[in-house]
Design a protein around this ligand. Structure first.
Ligand code: SF4
Length: 303
């Protein structure tokens, strides 16, 4: 539930808020209709969406997010679930440690905040698995606060639009200020700006070749005004998936997620035959708390 805030609260002085206003106007006609953006979305629902979206595309997140909110509509409900239940419900979203961290956050919210997701950024950052980005996203999108919210997409937009660079630099301490000074002065528009600039990076100022021809701020873009200079940084790594430990961990976890009970090591060997890599991945799943070993040496999801 959004909480009312005074207009102009913490509004930065001397920024280029006109650019931000243009982006907000563009967003009004271009935004995707995503369920967690619906007016009045509960901060808990926003928090769940933000954790799921950290490393997984929107189209894969949406059905799982709906299932989670139907099953665990508040933090207290998730806090009462077992780790095995949340790992199963995470399905194939990837990076399943997020599921355990989200449950741990739900436990902390229930124990320390009477089941309500805090609105204070510092309190949010103190929750398990909640970092700079997610804390501000929840404060802004869930609680209606004016907050700079900087993800990869936003960092790329700012790199081009403000700094004239072809691609974003690694995360820097100045990222939040860079974004804050672009926000409109009006409180409600500043809140919308945080999601609008993210959407601009997701739909128009995309990685690789940006769609400058349809960009609402193309006439103000430092990179475009500089003649669209090529990227000159170090070569960018293309993330592969096939054959990685991440793929192996996913396969091993799939076996245990769909099993009726603990499985013998032979069942795991059936889905990945490289003994060394499989052993390494089983070990890391045990260390991460995603898998436990029974007294008779079989493997299972944690109770
Ligand atoms: S003009 Fe092109 S590079 Fe500049 S902000 Fe728009 S899409 Fe990005």
């Amino acid at each position: 539930m959004s909480q009312p805030s005074p207009a102009h609260d913490d509004a930065p002085d001397g920024g280029d808020a006109e650019v931000g206003d243009t982006i907000v106007d563009w967003y009004a006609g271009a935004a995707r209709d995503l369920p967690w953006r619906a007016p009045g979305t509960d901060p808990w629902a926003v928090l769940v969406s933000e954790v799921m979206l950290q490393q997984t595309p929107v189209n894969r997140v949406e059905p799982v997010w709906r299932e989670w909110l139907a099953r665990w509509p508040q933090a207290a409900a998730l806090a009462a679930a077992s780790p095995a239940e949340v790992i199963r419900a995470w399905g194939k979203l990837g990076y399943p440690r997020r599921a355990l961290r989200l449950r741990e956050a739900a436990v902390a919210i229930t124990a320390q905040h009477a089941g309500r997701v805090p609105a204070d950024v510092a309190e949010l950052e103190a929750l398990p698995g909640i970092g700079t980005y997610t804390a501000r996203a929840v404060a802004c999108f869930g609680h209606g606060q004016r907050q700079p919210v900087v993800d990869t997409n936003v960092r790329r937009v700012v790199a081009r639009l403000v700094h004239g660079r072809a691609e974003a630099a690694p995360a820097r301490a100045t990222d939040l200020t860079d974004v804050a000074v672009l926000a409109p002065v009006d409180h409600d528009r500043a809140v919308r700006f945080s999601v609008a600039v993210m959407e601009l990076g997701a739909l128009v100022c995309v990685a690789g070749t940006p769609r400058c021809g349809v960009c609402p701020v193309r006439d103000r873009c430092a990179w475009r005004l500089a003649g669209s200079p090529a990227y000159e940084g170090p070569p960018r790594r293309v993330q592969r998936f096939a054959g990685t430990d991440r793929q192996v961990r996913g396969r091993l976890l799939d076996v245990l997620r769909t099993a009726a009970g603990p499985e013998a090591a032979a069942e795991l060997a059936a889905v990945w035959t490289d003994d060394v890599q499989r052993a390494r991945c089983v070990d890391s799943l045990l260390v991460d708390g995603l898998v436990v070993q029974t007294e008779d040496g079989r493997f299972a999801l944690p109770d």
